[in-house]
Write a protein that binds this ligand. Sequence first.
Ligand code: ATP
Ligand code: PRP
Ligand code: NIO
Length: 495
Amino acid sequence: MTNKLYDTSLSLLTDLYQVTMAYGYWKSGTAEKESVFNLYFRRNPFGGGFTVACGLTNAIGYLNQFGFSKKDIRYLTTLTGNDGKPLFEEAFIDYLANLKLTLDVEAIPEGTVVFPNEPLLRVRGPILQCQLVETPLLNLINFETLIATKAARLRLVAEQDTLLEFGLRRAQGIDGGMTASRAAYIGGCDATSNVLAGKLYGIPVRGTHAHSWVMSFDTEQQAFDTYASVLPNNVTLLVDTYDTLEGVRHAIETGRKLRERGHKLAGIRLDSGDLAYLSIAARQLLDDAGFQDTAIVASNDLDETIINSLKQQGARIDTWGVGTKLVTAFDQPALGGVYKLAALRDNQTGQWKYKMKLSEQAIKISTPGIQQVRRFRDERGFLADMIYDVEQNGHDRSVTMIDPLDFTKRRRFDANCAYEDLLVPVFRNGQCVYEKPDIHSIRARVQAQLANLHPGVKRFVNPHLYPVGLEKTLHELKTALILQLREEKSERARG
Ligand SMILES: Nc1ncnc2c1ncn2[C@@H]1O[C@H](COP(=O)(O)OP(=O)(O)OP(=O)(O)O)[C@@H](O)[C@H]1O
Ligand SMILES: O=P(O)(O)OC[C@H]1O[C@H](OP(=O)(O)OP(=O)(O)O)[C@H](O)[C@@H]1O
Ligand SMILES: O=C(O)c1cccnc1
């Protein structure tokens, strides 16, 4: 399912500079030049050791709908430059009006664990088209990947407990709330409170009630009893409006009445105070009253660190409701994914010209080539990922992988080491060729992938660095290109 929030065309959902560059390519006759761009990030978010790829389904939805509408076109004609004259000439606007994407796209499936510098998406085709889709692809992949990763971290600490996403009210706008609910479910939440996400994405919806329900009655007991009589099959009572443990006693009283009518007190929710102390005390009260199977739900500004701490304190919490800190990715509000040109077809020779961005900062130097990621594994799990160039030799035989941070560190994988190539075809000549898995399979994939990661990579404090390297020929090509670019730079400096 794609995000059906918008019935408007999204083709203008890009930065103006993508359109001005598109105009530049068109005007200078290079619009059709075949190019390859890679979308990747440079650091795992939240100081973690892994990232969960997410957002491909919505990216496919975006690419499928691409096409400038009449209204888009009319708007583009109104744009002016600093002399007040139209920015774009009419013939270019006509070109955009008739533009259909003919891109080839490869992508790493959603729910796959990924690491810095690996292309999550590889986009190939006319440079003008590749350019126009840069910003929306980054927007879609960056955010959902960030939130799915946050949810996966929460799932790691919550272990077998139920994890609910409660974030809509604090999310960054409507779309932020919708896509966060989707990504949170994929990353490992069991359900969301967001009903529209339930409808559009097929995510289970769950919920309790708010303080206002309790406050709208003369007594807490009345509030609980009424709720239980109206919704006897969905009774999780929020007990902290006045005094938490007194609230638990009132909930037990309601629970007894429910039982007499053949129903059960499904849970109580704690939303303030010392959640370790209160959950232990509440558990005792519930157990003593014979409500051993009534679950304790906790909420209140939770995140993976607090949940971890509460568990270490022996908190008796079965269900965690997490809102703000999940859907806003509170401690790291953006994933720094980038989209870089990696190769350009030379029209004269028909050969690829490899492209890279130089930088004083090593981390910002991009990798050229038409990249694929090969993940080696053994019976215990994932061993290492090797980025290689599909046009170079060396990927079908035994291979040497070089650590980009220390060229002297090399690893050799022989020809019979098990592997999987992560990027799969998604679009061919503008047509979607990918059979999108349903959201539940994507969610299951996350857990299966995490099970293949060494525990050290999953730990939160100083995680072990999962090995990602460049295949030797690609490494050599990149090094040669850096030297060549630096040489050209000094020649220019010499004048
Ligand atoms: N035992 C605990 N150990 C660690 N953190 C806890 C514990 N109990 C609660 N917390 C967390 O501490 C924070 C408590 O914040 P705060 O003091 O604002 O909440 P509160 O006392 O419940 O008041 P409020 O009514 O404003 O929610 C929350 O993030 C909560 O999840
Ligand atoms: O704390 P979060 O992780 O964002 O989870 C969602 C919060 O939303 C609700 O609070 P509400 O809007 O009623 O505000 P309050 O409990 O902070 O007063 C609920 O009681 C949770 O505390
Ligand atoms: O259902 C709940 O308990 C809920 C929903 C949204 C936000 N906080 C709590």
